[in-house]
Design a protein around this ligand. Structure first.
Ligand code: 1HS
Length: 257
């Protein structure tokens, strides 16, 4: 059976865990060759091993997406070893903690560096590669935190708002190059990234923080990595051919209230 990403090269940042790992595995099952890019080399390699065990093709890459030289080197390797990029899922991101009154400058800088500059750097590298093959699809990771205020998440909210704005800017600039750019704004997904926030919300009790968070979701549960990976697959594939600059919200109804 034909896969929805047959013959395409897909880069998944933050592909070593959580949503990124689920997306890398799903994209590979749909026929793409995957570059799994992660800050943690062992995590990237584990995802590659999972894909290979299922008969897929994947390459592990280690890079800090906030570093322009590391990003350019990583994308050069993708082009050399797999071919021009057809899909980029800008999934990698970091959380922040604290309100405008309690957060730190360091927290702000790291959040902006990874979530905003990292998306910018990877998109620039991918867009150059995509023009070699006549187009592609960039899928950005926003958040419900770009759309509503989330308590004690100031830097993160600001960074994801910037990702939504950058998505629209890129969609306009790259449309005539055949490159579509969309952004997913997920509700909370239970991944390692989220556990410190849940623990803080519960006053040191992760279970309590989890229950408080689930109560914000009309559907009555948090998301799973697969919930978001399936949306990313749709946006990565030609099934969404008329969509660019769209903000897609798999959030269990959280922002519908
Ligand atoms: C981290 C992820 O992008 C979601 S932001 C937190 C939203 S909520 O679940 O606390 O309402």
């Amino acid at each position: 059976m034909a896969g929805r990403l047959d013959g395409k090269v897909a880069v998944v940042t933050g592909g070593g865990s959580g949503i990124g790992r689920a997306a890398a595995a799903l994209f590979a099952a749909e026929g793409a060759a995957i570059a799994v890019l992660d800050l943690v080399s062992d995590a990237a390699q584990e995802t590659v091993d999972l894909i290979a065990a299922d008969g897929g093709q994947a390459l592990a890459l280690t890079a800090d997406i906030a570093d322009g030289d590391e990003v350019r080197m990583a994308f050069d390797r993708v082009s050399t070893e797999l071919g021009p990029v057809g899909v980029l899922y800008n999934n990698a991101g970091v959380n922040s903690s604290g309100s405008i009154l309690t957060s730190t400058e360091e927290d702000w800088d790291r959040c902006m560096a990874v979530n905003v500059k990292g998306t910018y750097l990877c998109s620039a590298a991918a867009a150059r590669s995509m023009t070699e093959r006549g187009g592609g699809s960039i899928v950005n990771q926003g958040s419900v935190a770009a759309l509503v205020g989330v308590a004690n998440f100031a830097a993160y909210c600001a960074s994801k708002g910037a990702v939504v704005a950058l998505t629209r800017s890129m969609a306009v600039d790259l449309a005539t190059s055949g490159i579509r750019v969309n952004v997913i704004c997920p509700g909370t997904v239970y991944t390692p990234l989220m556990r410190p926030m849940l623990t803080a919300r519960g006053g040191g009790d992760e279970e309590k923080g989890l229950a408080m968070t689930i109560a914000k979701y009309p559907i009555g549960r948090l998301g799973t990595p697969e919930d978001i990976a399936r949306v990313a697959l749709f946006l990565a594939s030609d099934e969404s051919a008329f969509m660019t600059g769209s903000v897609v919200t798999p959030d269990g109804g959280m922002t519908a209230q």
